[in-house]
Design a protein around this ligand. Structure first.
Ligand code: GNR
Ligand code: NI
Length: 172
């Protein structure tokens, strides 16, 4: 496994629409391993492949709370089947929008069809944080970030802040 660099806004790659995976093979499994390691290292609960610069429809997630008890979840080619009529507000953050948080409204429950780590077809009914996180990650596959849901003013303040931070660092 290898830890990779997480891209941050305003990086254009984050706006790419990711491509479906033909087959879950060795290469995809290696990518999922790397994504999980990268996500754990950054203390995130989810990560989409494009966040490490790979435009494939792959997501990893772990929303387990207990320290030491890992519950990794892998989603390849995920499709949201049913969204609840009812919305839920959650304070969201994103590893690609570091240290910025905002309340975002999304359907409170959803059903997702996907392939797992072994390429097996699965269906998952999600609610609570899991539902929010899956929808946040699915947005990444479409090149959408949570700040896109904010007012122009709020969004531009965040983007400006991040651009400034970036120009002050020597890495990248
Ligand atoms: O670590 C993360 N936390 C989080 C909190 C609320 C809603 C969504 C998320 S996902 C985020 C990791 C990330 O950026 N995934 O793309
Ligand atoms: Ni994110």
């Amino acid at each position: 496994m290898a830890k990779r660099t997480i891209l941050t806004e305003p990086n254009k790659l984050l706006r790419i629409i990711s491509k479906p995976v033909d087959q879950v093979g060795k290469e995809e499994q290696k990518l999922m391993d790397d994504m999980l390691e990268t996500m754990y290292h950054a203390n995130g609960i989810g990560l989409a492949a494009i966040q490490i610069g790979v435009p494939k429809r792959i997501i990893v997630m772990d929303i387990s709370k207990e320290e030491g008890k890992k519950e990794p979840k892998y989603f390849v080619n995920p499709v949201i089947k049913n969204k609840d009529q009812l919305n839920n507000t959650y304070e969201e953050g994103c590893l690609s929008v570091p240290n910025q948080f905002a309340e975002i409204d999304r359907p409170s429950k959803c059903e997702v069809e996907y392939l797992d780590y072994f390429g097996k077809k699965k269906v998952l009914k999600a609610d609570g944080l899991l539902a929010t996180c899956i929808q946040h990650e699915m947005d990444h596959l479409e090149g959408i970030l949570f700040i896109d849901y904010l007012s122009k003013l709020k969004k531009s303040m965040i983007v400006k802040k991040l651009s400034k931070l970036k120009s002050n660092t020597t890495v990248l």
